[in-house]
Design a protein. Structure first.
Lengths: 114, 113
């Protein structure tokens, strides 16, 4: 049982390039989330999904897109990378909304945009 | 507008003593509160939580206290151990809002041997 896995661990992008951050969970969780963490800050929600085919914006969605074609996978797409997107990205999943240890996090993807 | 605030960026305590980490929130709709612990280069891991219908929840060395009237919660670690050194995030959720978590900025705890 791997939990939540994220790839890549680290990536350097040039301004204007695109990339997809991968996230997979093997716990059959319905809910999945993408957060970013900037230095000295808490995690901010980018996008979330309550099930396959259903996604919605979080607090900081601009510059990102997501899709959820399966229960297991929730990729995050950056179309035109900007220096402001330099951050650490965490994917999380949960079985139910609210209560207890609701969200399980992946190890993160560190992204540097130059 | 920061709905969840951790006003102390860092805390240093001696091994064996109590660590107290604080968190304030502004949104009265929050009804579930969680603490996460994060080591460098790892994702946050769940530590302990409390529902708004309680004022205390205990799990081993960790206790969370909730003061709803003051919109304040705290995490007590007794006794503190060097392995507790990490960043601690307070988070809050409105259970009716798809489980989205609002995180504080984090407090870095250093426990000295």
């Amino acid at each position: 049982n791997a939990g939540v896995t994220q790839t890549p661990k680290f990536r350097i992008l040039k301004i204007g390039q695109s990339m997809t951050l991968q996230c997979t969970q093997d716990m059959n969780h319905n809910y999945m989330y993408w957060y970013r963490q900037d230095p000295g800050m808490g995690l901010k929600l980018i996008y979330y999904s309550v099930g396959a085919g259903i996604t919605d914006k979080g607090e900081v969605p601009n510059g990102y897109n997501v899709s959820r074609s399966t229960t297991e996978d929730f990729p995050l797409r950056l179309e035109l990378a900007a220096p402001s997107q330099t951050s650490v990205y965490f994917c999380a999943s949960s079985w139910i909304a609210g209560g207890g240890e609701t969200q399980y996090f992946g190890p993160g993807t560190r992204l540097l945009v130059l | 507008d920061q709905q969840v605030k951790q006003n102390s960026p860092s805390l240093s305590v001696q091994e064996g003593r109590i660590s107290i980490l604080n968190c304030d929130y502004t949104n009265s709709m929050f009804d579930y509160f969680l603490w996460y612990k994060k080591y460098p280069a790892e994702g946050p891991t769940f530590l302990i939580s409390i529902s708004s219908i309680k004022d205390k929840n205990e799990d081993g060395r960790f206790t969370v206290f909730l003061n709803k009237s003051a919109k304040h919660l705290s995490l007590h670690i007794v006794p503190s151990q060097p392995g507790d050194s990490a960043v601690y995030f307070c988070a809050a959720s409105d259970i009716g809002d798809t489980g989205k978590l609002i995180f504080g900025q984090g407090t870095t705890l250093q426990v000295k041997p």
